[in-house]
Structures are given as structure tokens and as C-alpha cells.
Write a protein that binds this ligand. Structure first.
Ligand code: BLA
Length: 765
């Protein structure tokens, strides 16, 4: 024998999952016949008829059942076969004539297979072991009475194995439960004192491969009376009608796979009885009985055990559900409180973390995080925020489901090993593509006891091209220390998280709705402002002109009669009118700036600046202002607005000049995804205390006597910058000049055109 696990040509999975229901061998203690209907002609028969009947199998082929049975028995069988449910005739006692007047008695069991053939199986009958139904009933009743006194799942399981062992007399009876991953463990055991205990031991999934588990779904009871007995072939091996191996899924006598027989030898088992326990259409576990020596159990007794298992198991399932139910109700209550808190708080995240109970209680987690936008809100024991950002990124790239959970995060996300103490377990729900709610559980180091080393559950053996799997020889206790895992997330906890997800999505949607409503309101009030400005500029303009004209007329016509005071009053009136005119113009200009009205286009900033300087030409000349600028880029902007922005800032710089001739520099620098511009002057400067106020509409720091103006200029600048999704601010000290900064985000096409020229150009000298 040669061990080689590495051979690429060997597909271990296919060896593990080789079909078993089409075996062409049966166990030798009974006889199997494949019959056609309705003739009941023998198509196949097991090769042990000589020892049983004294007739060669070949002689029996193509004979009919009526050739073997008397007419009385035959009629009874035919009547039974006419019924839909064959269980009513199972088992039937049949007397076969052997030789002369000798008869043999069998328990006969019928079933039809997937190919529509009738399978008749004959097992030796031991009439003394027949249990009448009534005692069967008492048996179940006694067990159920005991059940009522116990409360835990463990106790229930213990009663099952006790009762089954009591009625069958097996050396060892175990209750074996499957985990989610196909591995399983012995959760209850009754046995002979001298045998090694298997209680609490785990067994790997490969011990009971998929086809074996699948089989149990339809054939819930399997007996191997003698694990050493040599199997018997079917004659012929292939069904002569279908030209295939007959389907023996529901057969009692089918020979177990060689691999499993070897497994039993290695374990020291001489006979076994296995009963499946099904819950919600899934194989939940098995009742496994072992005997050290061969042991046969009659059909009725097997059925009794099956019945017992089912009745008691139904009770277990119900109790299990009640336990689940209480916890589930508790979580539902917490969940409804969280929903209430969320809708009370302005920000739903506060609703999840600021009250009692909170996010942690919903899943019995030790830590949780709500990652929304760029921020993570943490509660309890969690990884650091930086680690969380990477984890969220990973989830984003690797998880598409509505919920992701693991009790061993480091296994799928190795970086988690660094923070295993807080997050070996992760339960995550995405709220949208970038937003997550996460729960964490710490590492819990556990010892798992295995029945033999699970890493060497089997070997691949090759002899003369025959490749097969051999079960391990030793089932000795093998202790595994399991690290990097947390307590598992329970189904109800995962469901509660999913329910919360729905609630959050609803709330977030509602808040988005409210925001949309707000935006709509804002738009309406903007529109109203615009209308007002239009009305103001046209309707107010007219009476204003009237006032101006008549005051001037007054001055002209009555010039002689007016004294100096009267002339001064008229002058004030004219000045007031002209100030009002400027105010109206500025309000109109302010109201005209809005994002929708801006025609965004590739704009050369230098051109916009030159247009602004053109408009200010006279003032620049009068004040001998010197203006320089950096090389200026091209940006996506409204060119008129940009011009206006520069014009206002430069006009301001000239207006608030000191005693020196103004020197103004326009600068530009490329930041990551925006352009930064600045206008620097050597004027009187601004007290930093006022640096925010100056951008507010109608705010003035100086009296009109000191400096003319409406106080609208910077408010318009701010609005222009914001309509470009940029910002504006000032840095200054009183008496030391001022620098106004503003930013314009980089448009898509602009991104390629990095430019870092820093030379200075003189525009006006
Ligand atoms: C079947 N393996 C089984 C069965 C059990 C176990 C209970 C069903 C037995 C039956 O149908 O009568 C395993 N028995 C156990 C375990 C305990 C126990 C875990 O008592 C613990 C106390 N098995 C292997 C390997 C293979 C394998 C390496 O270990 C190879 C593929 C196969 N086991 C295997 C097969 C069956 C089986 C093929 C089905 C047997 C059959 O019905 O033909």
C-alpha cells in the first residue's frame, strides 16, 4: 500500500462521493429478489439461494413468484401489492418450500424502487422476538413520561439512547448530531461499562460522506448484523430490463460500502444499527448502535426503535424551538425599541448607540460599529477605526449578500488576526454600497476532542491502479485547540440583524425624502428671491427715477430762490437715490448668481482676470495699482461669474488700500482635486475677528463715510464660489494686508492637465 495524497490525477472528492445506492452486493443473512410487475417474474436474485432453499440462483431466474409460493400466500401478496402503501403488508411472514416437506420462514419486506421494479427482501424470522404493538405503545409511553420530568436537550437525548439500548441490548447506543459544516459529535451515549466512551467526541464530515447522508433522507433505518460477513452478488449483476445496476436506495439488505465496513472493523464494531433523525427535511442526527459481535434485530424491533426515536425526537424539536422562541421574542423586543430610538433621534445612529438597550444587545455582541460615509461610530470593544476602514473596504469588494457572518474572521481576512481579541467573530450588514453596521465578538479558545486525528481522517491507497480511500486505523482521543474563533452567531441573531437592516434602510430613505423636500423648499424660496429682485429692480427703479428727476428739476427751476441749506438737502436726496440704485443693482446681481444659471465651460482664468482688470482700468490707473499674477490654469466654471469674482476682490483690494500704492498679486496652485486661487494685497487688512462676518450679505465693517459701497460685494463672491462647489475665506492681520482665497474643483477633463508652472508675469506695470 502506498500513501500519496498529492497525486493530481486522484480526485478525492469523487472518491468520497462515489454512489452507493447502486451496489450489486447484499449482506448474506437474507435473500433479495428484483421482480417485474405485474407478472412477478424474477429478474435478479442474490447468489445465496443454494444455502437457503437448496436451489441454484440460475434456476430461479425467469421463474415467477407463483412457482415458489402456494396460492394462498400469493393471493395475499397480490392483494397487498394492489394497495398504494406497501407498508401495510410489511413485514409478511412467508413459508418457502425447501426440499420435500421442509419449509423455511422469512420476514418478507416489499418496496418499489425508482425504476419501477418490485424489490422483495427476505430476512430470517425469529418469532420469539416479535413485540406486539401494545407493548410497543407502553414502551413509548414510559419514555415519554420520563421526558416530562426533564428539561434540557441533553437530558432528552440521554433518554433516547437509554430506551433504545434497553429494548435492543446493543453494547453501545449513541446520539450523533451534525454541525452546520457536516462534522458531528456524540451528544448522548449509553454503553457497556468496559467500552471507551465516545461521548463528546467530534467526527469529521468525511466519516459519513454526502451520498451516505443523502441515503438517510429516504431510508431512515439501516442494519449491518455482521460487519465481517462476506457479501453476496446479485445474479445477474445488471438488471436485464433496464441494462443498469438496480437502484437499492431503500433496500435493507444492500451491502454497505467497503470503506464503511473497514471503518467498522477499525472501530472494533461487529454489528450496527443506525436510525436517522430528520428535522425540517434535513438530517439532524443519527441514533448509532454498535455491538462488538454480530447481532441481528428483527424488522419489528427496528421499526419500534425508529418509532421511539421519532416520537421522542419530535418532542426534542418542539422544546428546542421553545428555547429559541423566548430568545427570539426578546430580540424582537429590543429591535422594536431600537427602531423607536432611531426615529426619535435626529441622526438614526444616535438611536442605535445612545440608549439602553443598544446595538450590542440585539446580537449579544461585545462590540459594534456603524460606518456611514467616512465616519465610524463605535460602541463596546471594537478594532481601531483605521482597521475598520480597511475591513469595510474588504467587505465592499468581497461581499454581495444582505448579511455576512463568520465566527472566524482571521480565516477569511488574515489581517483580523491582529485584533482577534475583539473581532474573531464578525456579523455585518450592508445598508448601502458604502455603509455598514458591524458587530464583533472576541476570540474564545476552545478544545475540541476528536475521535482520531481529523487531519488524517482517511488515506488514499493505490494497489495495481485501484484507487480507494481507507478510513483511519486509530480512533484514539485527539485534542485540537481551536484558536481565532468566537462563539458562533445564532440563526435568530442573524435574523434580528437582517430585520434591523430593513428598519435602517426605511429610516435612511425617509430622511433622504425629507432632504429632498428641504431642497425643494429652498429652491422655491430662491425662486421667490429672484422674482423679488426682478420686481425690485424694475418697479422700484421707476418711482426712484421719478424722485431723482423731480428733485433735480426743483433744483434747476428754483435755483435762485433756494438758499444754501435747501441746496444741500437736495444734494442729500440725490445721493440717497443713487445709493438706493446701487443697492438695487447689487441685490439683483446677488440674486442672479445660482448654480443652474451658471454656464459651466472650460474657462481660461487669465481671460476672466483680464476682463475684470479691463472693467477696473480707470480705478487702477488713478491709484497707480500694480497687479501681478501666476500662470493661470483653465477650469470648468462660468466665465462671467469668475470675472465678477476677480473684479470684486480686486476692487476691494484697491478700495481698502493703505497709504502706499496698492500692490496686488493673483496666485494659483493645484491641490489634489481643486484649484486654489488667491488675491493678495498690501492694504489696511482686516481684524481676524471679522473674517467670517465680511462675507455675510449687507455686512459692513466701516461707515459709508469712510468707504462707499453696499456691503454686497463679498457676499456675491461667496455665492459665486459656492455655486462652483468651492470655498472662500480670508487670511489677514490688521495693518498687514489681506489675502482672499477661493477654490474651484477640478473638472473631469482638467484632471489630466497637471501644471506646476510658478513663474510670475507682469500684467499692468
Ligand atoms: C456510513 N459512517 C456511515 C454511517 C455512519 C458512519 C453512522 C452510516 C452507517 C449505516 O448506514 O449503517 C460514521 N459511525 C460513524 C461515526 C460514528 C459512528 C462518525 O458510530 C461515531 C461514533 N467513511 C470513512 C471514509 C469513507 C467512508 C474515509 O471514514 C470513504 C469515503 C464512507 N461511511 C462511508 C460510506 C457510508 C458510510 C460510503 C455509507 C455506507 C453505505 O450505506 O453503503
Amino acid at each position: 500500500m502506498e500513501l500519496n495524497l498529492q497525486l493530481p490525477s486522484i480526485n478525492v472528492t469523487s472518491l468520497k462521493e462515489a454512489p452507493i445506492h447502486t451496489s450489486r452486493q447484499i449482506q448474506p443473512h437474507g435473500v433479495l429478489l428484483v421482480l417485474s410487475e405485474p407478472e412477478l417474474e424474477i429478474l435478479q436474485i442474490s447468489n445465496n439461494t443454494w444455502t437457503v432453499f437448496g436451489i441454484e440462483p440460475e434456476q430461479m431466474l425467469q421463474k415467477k413468484l407463483e412457482d415458489l409460493l402456494d396460492s394462498f400466500q400469493l393471493e395475499r401478496i397480490k392483494a397487498g401489492l394492489a394497495e398504494d402503501n406497501l407498508e401495510f403488508i410489511n413485514p409478511t411472514k412467508l413459508w418457502f418450500r425447501k426440499k420435500g416437506d421442509e419449509y423455511v420462514v422469512f420476514d418478507a419486506v416489499f418496496h418499489r424502487n425508482s425504476e419501477g421494479n418490485l424489490i422483495l427482501e427476505l430476512e430470517p424470522t425469529f418469532s420469539q422476538e416479535n413485540i406486539p404493538f401494545l407493548s410497543f405503545y407502553h414502551l413509548a409511553k414510559a419514555s415519554i413520561n420520563q421526558l416530562e420530568k426533564t428539561s434540557t436537550l441533553r437530558d432528552f437525548c440521554q433518554i433516547i439512547v437509554q430506551e433504545v439500548r434497553k429494548v435492543t441490548g446493543f453494547d453501545r447506543v449513541m446520539l450523533y448530531k451534525f454541525d452546520h459544516d457536516g462534522h458531528g459529535s456524540v451528544i448522548a451515549e449509553e454503553k457497556l461499562e468496559i467500552l471507551e466512551p465516545y461521548l463528546g467526541l467530534h467526527y469529521p464530515e468525511s466519516d459519513i460522506p454526502k451520498p451516505a447522508r443523502k441515503l438517510f433522507a429516504s431510508n431512515s433505518i439501516r442494519i449491518i448484523p455482521d460487519a465481517q460477513a462476506a457479501p453476496v452478488q446479485l445474479i445477474p449483476a445488471i438488471n436485464p430490463v433496464s441494462q443498469r445496476s438496480s437502484d437499492l436506495t431503500n433496500s435493507i439488505l444492500r451491502s454497505p460500502a467497503a470503506c464503511h465496513l473497514e471503518y467498522l472493523h477499525n472501530m472494533g464494531v461487529g454489528a450496527s444499527l443506525t436510525i436517522s433523525l430528520i428535522k425540517d427535511n434535513k438530517l439532524w442526527g443519527l441514533i448509532a448502535c454498535h455491538h462488538q459481535t454480530p447481532k441481528f434485530v428483527s424488522y419489528e424491533l427496528r421499526k419500534a426503535c425508529e418509532f421511539l426515536g421519532r416520537v421522542i425526537f419530535a418532542e426534542i424539536s418542539a422544546r428546542e424551538e421553545t428555547e429559541d422562541y423566548d430568545y427570539r421574542m426578546n430580540l424582537t423586543h429590543i429591535q422594536s425599541l431600537l427602531v423607536e430610538y432611531m426615529s426619535q433621534e435626529e441622526n438614526f445612529i444616535d438611536g442605535l448607540v445612545k440608549h439602553q438597550p443598544n446595538l450590542l444587545d440585539l446580537t449579544s455582541a461585545q462590540g459594534a460599529a456603524v460606518c456611514f460615509g467616512d465616519r465610524c461610530t463605535l460602541i463596546g470593544e471594537t478594532p481601531a477605526e483605521e482597521d475598520l476602514n480597511f475591513l469595510v473596504q474588504w467587505l465592499k469588494n468581497n461581499v454581495d449578500e444582505e448579511v455576512f457572518y463568520t465566527n472566524s474572521l482571521p480565516q477569511v481576512y488574515p489581517d483580523a488576526e491582529r485584533f482577534k481579541n475583539v473581532a474573531s467573530g464578525l456579523l455585518a450588514i450592508p445598508i448601502s454600497k458604502r455603509n455598514y453596521v458591524l458587530w464583533f465578538r472576541p476570540e474564545v479558545i476552545q478544545t475540541v476532542n476528536w475521535g482520531g486525528d481529523p487531519n488524517r481522517a482517511f488515506e488514499v491507497s493505490q494497489t495495481d491502479g485501484d484507487v480507494r480511500l481507507c478510513p483511519r486505523k486509530s480512533f484514539e482521543l485527539w485534542k485540537e485547540t481551536v484558536r481565532l474563533t468566537s462563539l458562533p452567531w445564532q440563526y435568530v441573531e442573524i435574523k434580528a440583524a437582517l430585520e434591523l437592516r430593513k428598519a435602517i434602510v426605511n429610516i435612511v430613505l425617509r430622511q433622504a425624502d425629507e432632504l429632498a423636500q428641504l431642497a425643494q423648499d429652498l429652491e422655491r424660496s430662491n425662486a421667490e428671491l429672484k422674482k423679488f429682485a426682478y420686481v425690485a429692480s424694475h418697479d422700484l427703479q421707476e418711482p426712484l427715477n421719478q424722485v431723482a428727476n423731480y428733485v433735480q428739476l426743483l433744483e434747476m427751476r428754483y435755483n435762485e430762490e433756494l438758499d444754501e441749506d435747501a441746496k444741500e438737502f437736495i444734494n442729500f436726496a440725490v445721493q440717497g437715490v443713487s445709493l438706493m440704485q446701487t443697492l438695487i443693482d447689487d441685490v439683483l446681481a446677488y440674486s442672479k448668481v445660482d448654480t443652474q444659471a451658471i454656464a459651466f465651460q472650460l474657462t481660461e482664468v487669465e481671460t476672466a482676470l483680464e476682463r475684470a482688470l479691463g472693467n477696473l482700468r480707470q480705478r487702477i490707473a488713478e491709484t497707480s495699482t500694480i497687479i501681478t499674477h501666476d500662470p493661470l490654469p483653465t477650469v470648468m466654471a462660468g466665465s462671467t461669474q469668475l470675472m465678477q469674482l476677480f473684479q470684486n476682490l480686486i476692487a476691494n483690494a484697491i478700495k481698502f488700500r493703505s497709504d502706499e500704492p496698492p500692490q496686488i498679486h493673483v496666485g494659483a496652485e493645484r491641490l489634489e482635486d481643486e484649484w486654489l486661487f488667491w488675491v493678495r494685497d498690501n492694504g489696511i487688512g482686516i481684524d481676524p475677528r471679522f473674517s467670517d462676518r465680511i462675507f455675510v450679505i449687507f455686512q459692513r465693517l466701516h461707515t459709508r463715510d469712510e468707504y462707499a459701497g453696499t456691503g454686497m460685494g463679498l457676499a456675491i463672491c461667496k455665492k459665486i464660489a459656492e455655486c462652483h462647489r468651492g470655498r472662500i475665506w480670508v487670511e489677514s492681520q490688521l495693518g498687514e494686508g489681506a489675502t482672499f482665497y477661493f477654490t474651484i474643483p477640478v473638472g473631469g477633463r482638467e484632471r489630466e492637465r497637471r501644471n506646476g508652472r510658478k513663474a510670475q508675469n507682469n500684467l499692468f506695470g
